[in-house]
Design a protein around this ligand. Structure first.
Ligand SMILES: Cc1ncc(COP(=O)(O)O)c(C=O)c1O
Length: 331
């Protein structure tokens, strides 16, 4: 039968682009804001691409085989993708949950039959709540656990195959579906694989494409004295912080065609308002990071120089996993 897939692995990628037509008209915006609906991947997030990339690489070089156990650090989406796409390829997965992982995601892990662990179980970063998260310490800690137990650390934050997969798929899909008419590329970053790989590809096609990174404002970061209690789940600061807090893939690709034209700070509460407004105007139901990236895209769209331009923004997931947060709470 010609149109039956053998595995969910085959369904990853080729997500559609949708313009924010009603919101643009309602607010008199003269630019085109075009969202890439990564939540239409099989487990509902952009991280399915990462899971395919990391598993494909490790299977190909013989580091893992059927029955192997993978571990990684995740805020939820990566874990769900590694669980689902791992199980589809007869692999096991143990997640170490980042702070702020929502109740819904923890329940989803249990649904996949996983044993859930936390950062507090990694001695090297057990005091992260007071000190901020030092990525090198985190990586050293999880690698030690993998070595001691015969697990494979998938290493979403450090493996170049993460950003290379976006270079190979996400970037070309955007280029193809816009007929090469991309003026701005806007995304948040966790590992920054999406930003780096897609950004590199787009800039290679057209050096004038502006790459805009979006990060939670200090008020939305738990380690900041200004923290208000709401985070932008799954994301990390990209700039204007000490280099040890910047995602590894950004630093490793500084001489590989990647740089930001601008980094925009967005408060979680402003992202919540964007999510609520665009659920009403255009029927979207975005996750927090998608809504935060869109908030930045709207800010760009209001600038005079953006008139008539195409702003492509990544929607990493939708709102269903955040219903226990204030994302869609309307007073
Ligand atoms: C909800 C959400 N948004 C954005 C991102 C960032 O994606 P990337 O790791 O490719 O930078 C993640 C990654 O963890 C995520 O879970």
């Amino acid at each position: 039968m010609a149109n039956i897939h053998k595995s969910i692995v085959e369904l990853v990628g080729n997500t559609p682009l949708v313009e924010l037509t009603n919101y643009q008209a309602d607010h008199g915006l003269k630019a085109h804001i075009i969202g890439k609906l990564e939540y239409l991947n099989p487990t509902g997030s952009v991280k399915d691409r990462l899971a395919v990339a990391l598993i494909e690489e490790a299977l190909a070089n013989g580091t893992i085989q059927e029955g192997s156990t993978l571990i990684d650090v995740t805020s939820g989406n990566t874990g769900i993708s590694l669980a689902a796409l791992g199980h589809a390829q007869r692999l096991k997965f143990i997640p170490y949950l980042e702070p702020g992982t929502t109740e819904e995601r923890t329940k989803i892990y249990k649904g996949y039959g996983l044993e859930v662990r936390s950062f507090h179980d990694i001695a090297e970063v057990a005091d992260f709540e007071e000190k901020g998260l030092v990525l090198d310490d985190l990586i050293a800690g999880i690698q030690r656990i993998a070595d001691e137990n015969g697990y494979y650390y998938t290493g979403q934050t450090v493996r170049e195959s993460n950003q290379q997969y976006h270079y190979k798929t996400t970037g070309p899909e955007i280029w193809r579906d816009t007929d090469g008419k991309v003026d701005y590329f806007v995304a948040m970053g966790g590992t920054a694989g999406t930003l780096v790989g897609t950004g590199r590809y787009l800039r290679e096609q057209n050096p004038d494409v502006k790459i805009i990174g979006v990060q939670g404002a200090p008020q939305s970061r738990p380690e900041s004295p200004d923290f208000t209690g709401n985070i932008v789940d799954g994301t990390l600061p990209l700039g204007r912080v000490d280099r040890q807090f910047v995602p590894t893939l950004i630093i490793s690709n500084e001489d590989n065609g990647f740089s930001f034209d601008e980094i925009i700070d967005v408060k979680a509460e402003d992202a919540f308002l964007t999510a609520q407004a665009t659920a009403e105007s255009d029927g979207l139901f975005l996750g927090t990071s998608a809504a935060a990236a869109l908030t930045a895209a709207i800010e760009i769209a209001k600038r005079p120089e953006a008139e008539g331009k195409n702003i492509v923004v990544i929607y990493p997931d939708n709102g269903y996993k955040y219903l226990s947060t204030d994302l869609y709470k309307r007073d």
